[in-house]
Design a protein around this ligand. Structure first.
Ligand code: PLP
Length: 383
């Protein structure tokens, strides 16, 4: 599938029963994404439901401290508190327009499940979320939010009862229900067409930021920085700058360090492998997937990032839990903005870049707000 290839990464590495559903989905997506009516409706919903455009904020205090101009794209101000809603709206609209009245999704910590429940309720679609039993127990409030918005939460008890088992359960459901169901994948991962579809729905981040940056400063940033879990907020930021002279930096969940046995940094330290229907980079077998931020806690990464790494188009670094927590605290105290722990990885990377003095103007995607992370932070900081 030429469309789903990213320099040898990507593809559709799935069991036979899923090939046909994926072809059907790709055809529906290809047709709708060219339709002006679909694109107008998507833009309208991003504005009136999600709260776009989000501001571009010049972080003057942080800039003064580190000697480079640092700008934040404020995706934390969106409905739901993160960029995930852009993709959830896009795919829910696709389901609706393609005549599929039912949404399913997998979720780990619950953030993507909540975004799917929001979009499903707004669009009037039946919504079922697969979630490992362990996560259901750890994330009671997100389970409650999903149910409050009318979604059914299915506890998955097989295997390790975690995110990977929830993905398997959702895929099995999808193979049997494709005629009336859309599987709403939460990041730029999985088999074709998901990586390119999610990129398309998230690319509004970079399109807005590029325009805002030019309007504000008269030029482009020297560098664009984003955290990378599955890679959707990063690819959404980067895409509009792809052909520009703008350096890209991806900050992965470095956990206890890229050379430790607990991290979530398949690009900085991993190997080529097939996972969840795509060929990409995956952490080594003897590494336990871990990050202080639940949203970066994923063993693989979107195939386009694997390609960017190989081409040298983007530099990927493992940002440790400790470095992310320090940046989390610093942005809160310097600017009055509490970032998500995921986004804090990008902020930490931007601060290091500013200190190194290689770039004058640095654009950082602030993918989400930190309210969900208060308990983790309160355990670490004795204030
Ligand atoms: C889920 C999440 C991420 C990681 O997902 P990507 O697909 O890599 O963007 C990053 N930031 C926040 C706030 C999230 O909720």
């Amino acid at each position: 599938m030429a469309d789903g290839e990213f320099g040898g990464y990507g593809g559709r590495h799935v069991p036979e029963p899923l090939l046909d559903p994926l072809s059907q989905l790709a055809a529906a997506y290809d047709e709708l994404s060219r339709s002006e009516g679909f694109r107008d409706r998507f833009r309208e919903l991003l504005a009136e439901f999600a709260g776009r455009p989000t501001p571009l904020y010049h972080a003057r205090n942080l800039s003064d401290r580190y000697g480079a101009e640092i700008y934040l794209k404020r995706e934390d101000l969106l409905h739901g508190g993160a960029h995930k809603i852009n993709n959830a709206i896009g795919q829910a609209l696709l389901a609706k327009e393609a005549g599929r009245p039912r949404l399913i999704a997998e979720t780990g910590a619950g953030q993507h499940g909540v975004a799917t429940a929001m979009a499903g309720a707004m669009m009037g679609l039946e919504t079922e979320i697969y979630m490992g039993r362990k996560d259901v127990e750890r994330q009671r409030m997100n389970v409650f939010r999903m149910r409050l918005m009318g979604a059914t939460v299915n506890e998955v008890t097989r295997g390790g009862a975690g995110l990977a088992d929830a993905v398997d359960a959702a895929l099995e459901d999808f193979a049997e229900t494709v005629d009336h169901t859309h599987y709403l994948v939460g990041s730029a991962v999985g088999p074709d067409p998901f990586p390119r579809m999610v990129r398309e729905f998230q690319s509004v981040i970079g399109e807005e930021a590029r325009e805002q940056f030019i309007e504000r400063t008269g030029g482009l940033p020297d560098a664009a920085v984003a955290c990378v879990g599955g890679g959707s907020n990063a690819i959404g930021l980067f895409h509009a700058f792809r052909d520009d002279d703008v350096a890209f930096y991806g900050a992965e969940g470095g956990g206890e360090g890229a050379d430790s046995d607990r991290h979530a940094a398949p690009l900085a330290a991993g190997e080529d492998a097939v996972i969840h229907g795509m060929k990409t980079r995956v952490i080594d077998d003897d590494v336990e997937v871990h990050s202080v931020s639940a949203g970066l806690d994923y063993p693989g990464v979107g195939p386009e990032h694997a390609m960017f790494r190989e081409l040298g188009r983007c530099e990927y670094t493992a940002v440790t839990d400790d470095a992310a927590l320090a940046a989390f605290r610093e942005l809160s105290e310097a600017e009055g903005i509490i970032p998500a722990l995921e986004s804090s990885h990008g902020v930490a990377r931007a601060i290091r870049l500013a200190e190194a003095g290689d770039h004058e103007r640095i654009l950082v995607n602030l993918s989400g707000r930190g309210d969900k992370d208060m308990e983790t932070a309160a355990e670490r900081f004795d204030l």
